[in-house]
Design a protein around this ligand. Structure first.
Ligand SMILES: Nc1nc2c(ncn2[C@@H]2O[C@H](COP(=O)(O)OP(=O)(O)O)[C@@H](O)[C@H]2O)c(=O)[nH]1
Ligand SMILES: [Mg+2]
Length: 329
């Protein structure tokens, strides 16, 4: 048999552009993926059941002839629902994007408030992949039918400081998607806008997609396997070797998975540390403010006492002045 647990998603088509959809469950990742591909490639619905909780790949050829791979993820870096399989899922996603990621589409719902968890999803990705990943980030706001571009601009102007910083870090790469529209012109328009932004991301990065050591390791596994096919073995021999090939691949992927899991654990630890430091800094700032208030209250009291003393002295003086006037008279 020679089956491998990685068989289904192992050999996948390469493409000119690879996009990964990231964000919380229910924000519209799958719907956005479908809008990009122009067909219902991913299940999109607001319910926990029925929605696959694994990465999926959809491909299409664009009008200009370029091929595009879109990877839909199940809230990969949403640490509030992180599962034991998170490491495996990340490896699966990286395998789907084995040549690297051109753009990470950070999907937010245009109708939800930007939350602390949203900020921590971005932070997790930054710590996990390193700061350079920000150069490949595009912010996608869904529910364009309800919010519209100008409303969203206003919302971003009043957004929490963290979101404003992210928008700035992403050099204003913000795209709005109405995934409900049936208007073909609007569908084409919003896809064009996204592709324009993705092209600018590619250009800014010298045409190179994002990769790191983990991607390199996965690519090595692919390359080694390709080598077997080019060594001049006959199909029959390769078929006999299949079990061996799969076993080697599984072992290597298991190694990469534990490396990813370790990195994920370190990421979570680092973020917890960061959070604790932020909390401590906030407590310290509150203490200082409280102390300053206490001090100013004491100063006000002192001032009041001095004024009262002055008033009493004035009165005394007036009394004395009056009695001395009487004495003169
Ligand atoms: N009105 C509206 N609904 C949307 C839009 N995008 C997604 N949705 C809905 O939001 C829900 C969640 O979408 P889904 O793609 O499954 O989110 P995911 O969990 O992030 O993949 C579904 O009911 C979608 O129909 C949009 O642009 N407009
Ligand atoms: Mg989905």
């Amino acid at each position: 048999m020679g089956g491998s647990q990685y068989d289904d998603e192992w050999v996948l088509p390469s493409a000119d552009i690879t996009l990964v959809l990231v964000g919380k469950l229910g924000y519209g990742k799958s719907a956005t993926g479908n809008s990009i591909l122009g067909r219902e490639a991913f299940v999109s619905e607001y319910s926990h059941s029925g929605v696959t909780n694994t990465c999926q790949l959809g491909s299409t050829t664009l009008m200009d002839g370029r091929t595009i791979n879109v990877i839909d993820t199940p809230g990969l870096f949403d640490m509030s629902i992180a599962s034991d399989d998170a490491g495996k899922e990340i490896v699966k996603c990286m395998n789907m994007a084995k040549d690297g990621i051109h753009a990470v589409l950070m999907v937010f719902s245009g109708t939800s408030r930007f939350s602390r968890e949203d900020a921590s999803t971005i932070e997790t990705i930054k710590v996990f992949f390193g700061e350079k990943i920000v150069d490949h980030m595009v912010l996608v706001f869904t529910y364009g039918d309800l919010v519209g571009e100008s409303k969203l601009k206003n919302m971003l102007n009043d957004a929490p400081e963290y979101l404003q910083n992210v928008v700035e870090l992403c050099q204003n790469r913000v795209v709005v998607f109405d995934n409900r529209t049936k208007d073909r012109r609007l569908q084409a328009q919003q896809l064009d806008k996204l592709l324009y932004v993705v092209d600018s991301v590619c250009a800014n990065n010298g045409g190179k997609p994002f990769t790191d050591q983990m991607f390199t390791r996965i690519k090595e596994v692919h390359d080694r396997e390709k080598e077997v096919h080019t060594l001049g073995y006959s199909d029959e021999q390769i078929s006999e070797l299949k079990e061996e090939i799969h076993r080697t691949r599984d072992e290597q992927l298991a190694q990469i998975t534990s490396m990813v899991e370790e990195k994920l654990n370190r990421t979570v630890e680092k973020l917890q540390q960061q959070l604790m430091e932020e909390q401590n800094a906030r407590l310290e700032a509150e203490k200082v403010a409280h102390e300053a208030m206490r001090k100013s209250e004491a100063q006000i009291q002192e001032l009041k006492e001095r004024l009262e003393k002055a008033r009493l002295e004035n009165e005394e003086f007036r009394r004395m002045a009056q009695s001395s006037k009487c004495a003169i008279l």
